[in-house]
Design a protein around this ligand. Structure first.
Ligand SMILES: *Cc1c(COP(=O)(O)O)cnc(C)c1O
Length: 484
């Protein structure tokens, strides 16, 4: 496909900007470029066709099943988009005075209070723009808490190996040493290893729950208790709250802080680097450290407080991705008290249904847990390690073959503790018919791995680009046009 630069012809244009109706404000000389930018010259028709052609080559939740584990790529109600596109929300300016944006501030307050109720936390901030950003901010809260108590020895964060990859990364970025503990054969936190790891240097624990194997740790209360008794705090990675929303609360499980991915769980599409919100909730003893500004309510109404003296400071410009919060609030108000737990029940039901359909022909990891009939939560992980050894068909081959069946592949090669992993999250919004079709497709591919493995290794057939060099694409992406 030709790039816009290649389609460009000198002299073509589509000036659609209105005439300037304010006086020119010249830029300072040092800000003016020496040569004009090499922008493509095209008419509107060409541009429109170019982007339509690109859109047709991509695959989204509106095109088909998208079971990307640990990401919750689900259908989100369009009415929440409509709420987020109301002029009163889109046209406010972050520097407007509080008195003129009381409605927008009310959205933050209301959504914050609902999410506190759902997570069992006392205070909430919407500043972080992503789950990982929330983790980082949450860890800074923990750091500030210990520092305020003059407990400088607490420099270590314990992270089980079934955590999301961002957990150890965030802990390291927040300046902690990361203590990794291995999971048991069942995929749970190893209680003995945890007891051995805690001490006066323990700042806290970061736990992804349900973990990346789709398991809810049955020892959760004992785990958080061990950390608290050692003087540490517990951080909950609640990126995928759809597994437990309205059914169980991190705050009741002994967690002191948690992030919730409003993109993923609360109706903002996740992926492609779009705007997100990694809302962080915390218990009262951490609230004083929340990032500036915080929301304050007094006689004059709602306003921002920029001067919390113990705050970890500002972690993002302005007030986070506000329209993501609007969608979350619209979603919560639509679902209500009955609807939110129904989301969790369906997320878990759908994942278990699919797992049950695949179980006989695919190895579900960790086999020790699932062989005992343990249910999964909102997702589960298939290991193709044996299939690869026996038939030379890898997780990548199955993923590529699924594309030819009109399905987005699941997350692959994650979590790292499972070899040849396919991590499947059907989500709560899929029908039984869709799940059956997807399970049939996977089972058919499993059969073909025996009868015609070569056809899987050469998939996909239908895609324009079938098998890019993934390492090269990630390490040396070419994102600039070479004018040569
Ligand atoms: C997605 C995810 C994260 C990170 O969220 P981002 O918004 O992508 O930074 C962290 N933990 C878990 C369990 C996740 O699924």
């Amino acid at each position: 496909m030709e790039l816009l630069f290649e389609k460009s012809r000198a002299g073509r244009s589509c000036s659609i900007l209105p005439m300037c109706d304010v006086p020119d404000a010249p830029l300072p000389a040092e800000a003016i470029r020496k040569t004009p930018p090499q922008l493509p010259s095209l008419d509107e028709n060409e541009i429109s066709r170019h982007y339509s052609a690109l859109a047709k080559r991509s695959f989204g939740v509106n095109d088909g099943f998208y079971p990307l584990g640990s990401c919750t790529m689900k259908y989100n109600p369009k009415i929440n988009e409509e709420a987020a596109s109301l002029r009163g929300f889109t046209d406010v300016h972050p520097l407007q005075s509080a008195a003129t944006v009381q409605g927008a501030l009310k959205v933050l307050e209301l959504c914050g209070s609902y999410l506190c109720e759902l997570s069992g936390m006392d205070a909430m901030t919407f500043q972080p723009a992503a789950g990982s950003h929330g983790e980082f901010a949450g860890l800074l809260l923990i750091k500030a808490y210990h520092r305020a108590r003059k407990d400088a020895a607490r420099t270590k964060i314990i992270v089980p190996d079934s955590a999301h990859g961002t957990n150890p990364a965030s802990a390291a970025m927040a300046g902690f040493a990361v203590v990794n503990i291995a999971s048991t054969k069942d995929g749970y936190v190893d209680i003995d290893a945890l007891k051995a790891a805690v001490g006066p240097d323990t700042a806290g624990l970061m736990l992804t729950n349900p973990n990346t194997l789709g398991l809810f740790d049955p020892n959760i209360l004992e785990i958080t208790d061990i950390i608290h008794k050692a003087g540490g705090l517990n951080y909950y990675d609640g990126a995928n709250l759809n597994a437990i929303a309205g059914v169980a609360r991190p705050g009741d499980m002994g967690f002191d802080a948690a992030h919730l991915n409003l993109h993923k769980t609360f109706s903002t599409p996740h992926g492609a680097g779009g705007p997100g919100a990694g809302a962080i909730g915390c218990k009262a003893p951490l609230a004083a450290f929340l990032p500036n500004p915080t929301l304050r309510s007094d006689m004059g109404g709602l306003s921002f407080n920029n001067n919390q003296p113990d705050s970890i400071g500002r972690i993002r410009a302005f007030h986070g991705n506000f329209l993501v919060v609007v969608r979350a609030l619209a979603y919560l108000l639509t679902l209500g008290r009955e609807g939110v737990p129904a989301v969790a029940e369906n997320a878990v039901l759908n994942a278990n249904y699919m797992m049950a359909r695949l179980r006989g022909r695919f190895d579900i990891a960790p086999s020790a847990a699932y062989a005992k009939g343990s249910p999964c939560m909102h997702e589960f992980v298939v290991s193709l390690e044996k299939l690869k050894a026996e038939k030379g068909v890898s997780a990548l081959d199955i993923a590529k073959s699924l594309q030819d069946k009109g399905m987005h592949p699941p997350t692959m090669y994650f979590p790292l503790i499972v070899h040849e992993a396919l991590m499947i999250e059907p989500t709560e919004t899929e029908s039984k018919e869709t799940l059956d079709k997807a399970a049939d497709a996977l089972l058919e591919l499993r059969e073909r791995a025996e009868s015609d493995p070569e056809s899987l290794r050469s998939a996909p057939r239908a895609a324009v680009i079938g098998r890019p060099d993934e390492v090269k694409a990630a390490r040396t992406p070419v994102v600039r046009y070479n004018f040569g």
